[in-house]
Design a protein around this ligand. Structure first.
Ligand code: GLU
Length: 497
């Protein structure tokens, strides 16, 4: 690391679809680093062993590549501060936790789940603030060691001051004060020996020489704990810049219920990576000349973190579409557009996947157009009256679609065989014959009652597009209220756990 070099990072957790929020943060980090001749690091934060998957990690890397945001150091390209996957750094975290234990900045907590439950119930009953009561802080060092040696299960917590307040300096938020009394003795090492986000994040940002932490606003509240850890380790903290969160139109935090959030979806729906990046760049930031259409290079040259505005930027899909259309109109000749269409989906590979599905359903070659249109579309026109399942009301069907979406989200392998098993299970649970059960899915996904075979077609359509169309069908059926959704969640757990 050369003196004064800017080093930034994006640190996604591989626990689901590659999220546009990750792209947004990657973009601002990338542009900031490029504009200053700095380095952009990709770190995979996979300490949540139950939720992290290899598929998700690969999808994130692939999506960032598609967007054109290459990283200088990362799990695939390596670099001088690796490994860049937290699951491969356990030893490093353990050493650091041991250091904190030795210095008395952290302690083992042997409290059982039951005890913590009782403690919380009591706090609730008394109307007190919920939080760990620090009982195990008083376990003497020797006893703590003995209990650990005898394999009693424990977590490690950091000591957080019980009074006074912490001052955070943030490039965008300025000075932020937080009372220590509102901060818990955070768990830094879990009973499975894996660190929590807070510890791993601080240790890695330091060891990887990160100079600016540019990330989502939801982490601002965690900064006091992080600053304390920097202090305990005797390290200088990086500069912090917490970006505003992307929002739905109603200003709630961007959620897949109201907007597709997977980068895959936008790719499949025919958006250009440069238009998506441009659009994300507009979220809270403006080019000095006020021009809305700008290149990544222009953003790199002009981005100043101080210029980002904190008003919750709305992820307005109409605007994104408008911008994408400008790219098509202004930047492409017919020939170049032809090439883009081929790259996107109008190609041998895609047709090769569809021909076997359409083969037995074509009467003439000219049937191809209407039969396969749904594979080359974003939204398909659906007549809500065609969304019917025998014996179910529209509201019930909306609920069934929602549960299907949850099931599909859990599906690791979105292929025909697994889809078929999943639908058989669903049909059984809802006590509808498979044939009748699948009817409204044909309509929701293709807009038509007769289509190519359902499970094969879903596989070609892909998980993101399939779920988006089901979500849209739910809207056409009248939507699901927040209250109803919570009820459905409970029913879902009872049905499938
Ligand atoms: N793994 C965290 C996330 O996915 C990273 C937060 C950070 O950048 O510190 O949100």
């Amino acid at each position: 690391m050369s003196e004064g070099e800017v080093r930034v990072r994006v640190a996604p957790s591989p626990t689901g679809d590659p999220h546009v929020g990750t792209a947004y943060q990657a973009l601002f980090n990338y542009a900031f680093a490029r504009g200053r001749g700095g380095k952009f690091v990709l770190r995979i934060e996979d300490t949540d062993r139950a939720r992290s998957t290899k598929q998700s990690e690969e999808a994130i890397l692939e999506s960032l590549r598609w967007l054109g945001l290459p990283w200088d150091e990362g799990p695939d390209v390596g670099g001088p501060h690796g490994p860049y996957r937290q699951s491969e750094r356990s030893e490093i975290y353990r050493e650091h936790v041991n250091g904190l234990l030795k210095a008395g900045h952290a302690y083992r907590c042997f409290c059982t789940v039951e005890r913590l439950g009782e403690m919380r119930a009591e706090q609730r009953a008394k109307g007190e603030m919920l939080g760990y009561d620090r009982l195990c802080r008083s376990v003497a060092a020797q006893e703590s060691q003995k209990r650990a040696n005898s394999r009693e299960s424990f977590v490690v917590r950091m000591k957080v001051p019980v009074e006074g307040h912490c001052v955070i300096h943030d490039i965008l938020h300025g000075e932020v004060h937080k009372d220590w009394a509102s901060v818990d003795d955070q768990i830094i090492l879990k009973s499975d020996g894996f660190p929590t986000y807070h510890l791993a994040n601080v240790v890695d940002d330091h060891l990887m020489g990160i100079t600016h932490v540019i990330r989502g606003e939801e982490w601002l509240n965690s900064v006091p704990k992080h600053l304390k850890l920097y202090e305990y380790f005797g390290w200088t903290p990086p500069l912090f810049c917490h970006l505003p969160l992307l929002r739905n139109e109603d200003k709630s935090k961007l959620s897949k219920r109201k907007n597709p959030t997977s980068i895959h979806y936008y790719r499949r729906a025919g958006y250009f990576p440069q238009a998506l990046l441009n659009f994300l760049g507009m979220m809270g930031w403006l080019m000095p000349n006020g021009e809305e259409k700008f290149t990544l290079e222009e953003m790199c040259e002009n981005l100043k973190l101080e210029d980002i505005s904190l008003g919750g930027p709305v992820f307005d899909r109409q605007k994104l579409k408008w911008l994408n259309a400008r790219y098509i109109r202004e930047d492409y000749t017919d020939e170049a557009l032809h090439e883009e269409l081929e790259r996107w989906a109008i190609n041998r590979e895609m047709n090769g996947r569809i021909v076997p599905l359409a083969h037995m359903r074509l009467q003439t070659l000219a049937d191809w157009g209407y039969l396969t249109a749904a594979f080359f579309a974003d939204e398909v026109p659906v007549n809500p009256e065609d969304l019917l399942m025998k014996g179910k009301t529209a509201e019930e069907l909306a609920g069934i679609f929602q549960m299907t979406i949850w099931k599909l989200e859990e599906l690791q392998d979105f292929s025909k065989g697994f889809l078929e098993i999943l639908f058989q299970e669903l049909a059984e649970k809802f006590e509808v014959k498979l044939k009748q059960f699948t009817m409204p899915y044909y309509v929701a996904l293709s807009g038509r009652k007769a289509w190519t075979p359902l499970f094969d077609s879903m596989e070609v359509l892909g998980s993101d597009m399939t779920r988006m169309r089901l979500r849209r069908a739910i809207d056409l059926l009248g939507g699901i209220s927040g209250k109803k959704l919570r009820k459905l969640e409970n029913e879902y757990s009872a049905m499938f756990d």
